[in-house]
Design a protein around this ligand. Sequence first.
Ligand code: IDP
Ligand code: MG
Length: 153
Amino acid sequence: MQRTLIILKPDTIQRRLIGRVIQRFEDKGLIVAGMKLMRIARELAERHYAPHKSKPFYPGLIEYITSGPVVVMVLAGDRSIDIARMLMGKTFGYEAAPGTIRGDFGASRSYNLVHGSDSPESAETEIALYFSPDELLDYVPDASRWVFVPNDV
Ligand code: IDP
Ligand code: MG
């Protein structure tokens, strides 16, 4: 099954939305393969967001993501990267569709509640930044056979 890295950013924790945001991923059928509460060190944030280093919002982004505790998760499931990005919605809360996490809870450019990997390559890189292999559990809940279909053509 495909894995993706999800971060519930500091605004999600400060606004006490952890449960409601995780609920959306669980409702869709994605499987929690790893999860931890942590404070992201500046050096780790800089490695994670290295692709954005030249952007004008980069300093603010590093401040934001290191400003308080986050919940970091690995979610598993067929097409989990695309599914998670759909549930998250567009980057800016004021553009994200209602029904998405950012569309329902976000209103700004900077504070958008969640991070989700955007490709298999970035998922692999990002998961390795936050988790060692032994922190990730490879299991399939019984109910998942009613969610994910083998040879789903
Ligand atoms: P994504 O999170 O939807 O993949 P990216 O373009 O990869 O969006 O940007 C990474 C993060 O940087 C965003 O989630 C957001 O927190 C922040 N960000 C992106 N664009 C802007 C901006 O124009 N102003 C302020 N913050 C931004
Ligand atoms: Mg991105």
